[in-house]
Ligand binder design. Structure first.
Ligand SMILES: Nc1ncnc2c1ncn2[C@@H]1O[C@H](COP(=O)(O)OP(=O)(O)OP(=O)(O)O)[C@@H](O)[C@H]1O
Length: 261
């Protein structure tokens, strides 16, 4: 079942068609990778899903409801969380504090909740339970009290993922989670993403340049080039698609992409 649908989703910045009539679906409970050369429109698509950018045309629906006019805060409260390409941790705060900061909005008691005894405490307990679960799953529990600045790059990326997960979203959007990781860290990432999907039951959408990661994790791949969708479908079939190979070979990061073949 499709949990997220794009219908001719488009956003133009002046003459730049950053995302251009993209139609596709994200299946609930699956891992979908969004790939494409630099500037293809991948992060812009995440920005459209999460309300950071507004569509010029088309629609994006979550569980059948348009999210096109919602603020990032509202999209997040519906159950869509994300990480960013650039690490955005508070370096002088601990891992646990960095993770719990994203629960702040959920901890604000809702208007009626104020009148129900124990509501606030119950929500807080659930959040703490979820924080512990994700710290264990992402192998961060021993580092919970460390300052973010004391962690390796790979660990910092995992803290970002943990922060996205702690609000217990239905969908988690990961923007280049393997960027800057060494081979060992990228291998571990494959395991962590699979666990997020299987053990926590999350629908995962990943923007990724590392084809080893893409091959291992993806149930489906969507390929963008110059803002347009040029292919989507199951992993190997998409990576063998001549249009996809051509799109990568036409770009300068050839060495990174050569193994797409
Ligand atoms: N706010 C904006 N204003 C103007 N142009 C933008 C804006 N956001 C994105 N773009 C342009 O849209 C295009 C797609 O950018 P985007 O960051 O989505 O690409 P990408 O596929 O994520 O690339 P990369 O793999 O390098 O991160 C680029 O030409 C970019 O310069």
């Amino acid at each position: 079942m499709a949990i997220l649908e794009f219908e001719r989703a488009s956003v133009h910045f002046g003459g730049v068609r950053a995302v251009d009539h993209v139609s596709s679906e994200i299946e609930q409970g699956k891992i979908t990778s969004i790939i494409g050369p630099n500037g293809a429109g991948k992060t812009t698509l995440f920005n459209l899903i999460t309300g950071a950018y507004k569509l010029t045309q088309g629609d994006i629906r979550f569980r059948g409801q348009s999210v096109a006019r919602l603020s990032p805060h509202m999209v997040h409260s519906l159950g869509i969380a994300r990480t960013f390409q650039n690490i955005r941790l508070f370096s002088s705060m601990t891992v646990l504090e960095n993770i719990m900061i994203s629960t702040h909005s959920k901890l604000k008691p809702k208007v009626l909740g104020i009148f129900i005894p124990g509501t606030f405490k119950r929500v807080e307990e659930n959040m703490k339970g979820m924080a512990e679960k994700v710290l264990v799953l992402l192998d961060l529990l021993p580092k919970a009290g460390y300052h973010a600045s004391a962690l390796s790059y790979g660990e910092q990326r995992r803290v970002e993922i943990a922060r996205a997960l702690v609000s217990d979203p239905e969908i988690v959007l990961l923007d280049e989670p393997s960027a800057g990781m060494n081979v060992r860290e990228a291998k571990e990432l494959i395991k962590f993403i699979s666990q997020i999907n299987k053990d926590l039951g999350k629908t995962v959408v990943v923007i990724e340049h590392n084809m080893r990661v893409v091959r291992h994790i993806s149930d489906k791949i969507i390929v963008l080039d110059h803002g347009c969708k040029i292919a989507d479908g199951v992993s190997e079939e998409v990576l063998r698609n001549p249009k996809v190979v051509e799109a990568y070979l036409g770009h300068s990061r050839l060495t990174t992409y050569a193994h797409v073949r």
